[in-house]
Design a protein around this ligand. Structure first.
Ligand SMILES: [Zn+2]
Length: 212
């Protein structure tokens, strides 16, 4: 079976296991628990169009998740079927950010590409933040200046309440050769942000807004 689960979908499934663990630790009513289980599998299956029998068999055991150990075991079995983020080379970077001279591939050693919906890193010297995301099966590069805010707020990429920074980028204005500056609050920690992403809606909106 080929990998078929996107990172955001994996996070969504993980969130469903948390709901089940929580349910089992607080509810005793069998009917309520059964309803929770049905809802979990329904939501998970709905993530995928054209689900195969084999894929179904992989996902079905979510109904048996009752505690942390079950959840870990279940999620571990899913991991081989999570689609990793594309490997990024210097050539890709040059193509995506032609104006940023000497920009290097970020260090990916600590990053699990299977837990990555977008790559985000800050170039400390210039205070620029670079974002690479997959949009419509194409890699898109976004760059902006990052301004620390030491505030918490809702992140424009993951929709979670986190420590945010202001990402200021230039987008094309309505008239030719004009530009508008836009600011968006995004997570300071891109890895944490990626863990929070349970749908690509916000990330895709962000790309459309900045790239459109
Ligand atoms: Zn975020």
């Amino acid at each position: 079976m080929e990998p078929f689960i996107r990172s955001d979908q994996y996070n969504f499934i993980k969130a469903q296991t948390k709901i089940l663990i929580n349910g089992h630790s607080t509810v005793n009513d069998r009917d309520v628990l059964n309803a929770l289980k049905s809802l979990a599998i329904e939501k998970v299956v709905n993530l995928f169009s054209d689900i195969s029998e084999e894929q179904m068999q992989l996902l079905n055991p979510i109904m048996k998740v009752e505690d942390k150990e079950n959840a870990q075991e279940f999620l571990l079995k899913l991991k081989p079927y999570v689609i990793p983020f594309k490997e990024i080379t210097d050539k890709t970077i040059k193509k995506l950010f032609p104006k940023a001279k000497k920009l290097k591939v970020p260090s990916l050693e600590d990053i699990d590409l299977k837990e990555t919906s977008y790559l985000g890193w800050t170039d400390k010297g210039s205070n620029k933040k670079y974002i690479i995301a997959n949009f419509d099966n194409k890699l898109i590069g976004l760059q902006g200046t990052i301004k620390s805010t030491s505030q918490t707020g809702i992140c424009a990429l993951c929709n979670a309440h986190e420590e945010t920074a202001m990402f200021i980028s230039r987008t094309k204005g309505s008239r030719k050769d004009t530009f508008t500056k836009r600011g968006n609050y995004i997570c300071q920690d891109s890895q944490k942000c990626n863990q929070n992403i349970i749908t690509l809606d916000k990330l895709n909106d962000f790309i459309l807004r900045l790239n459109g």
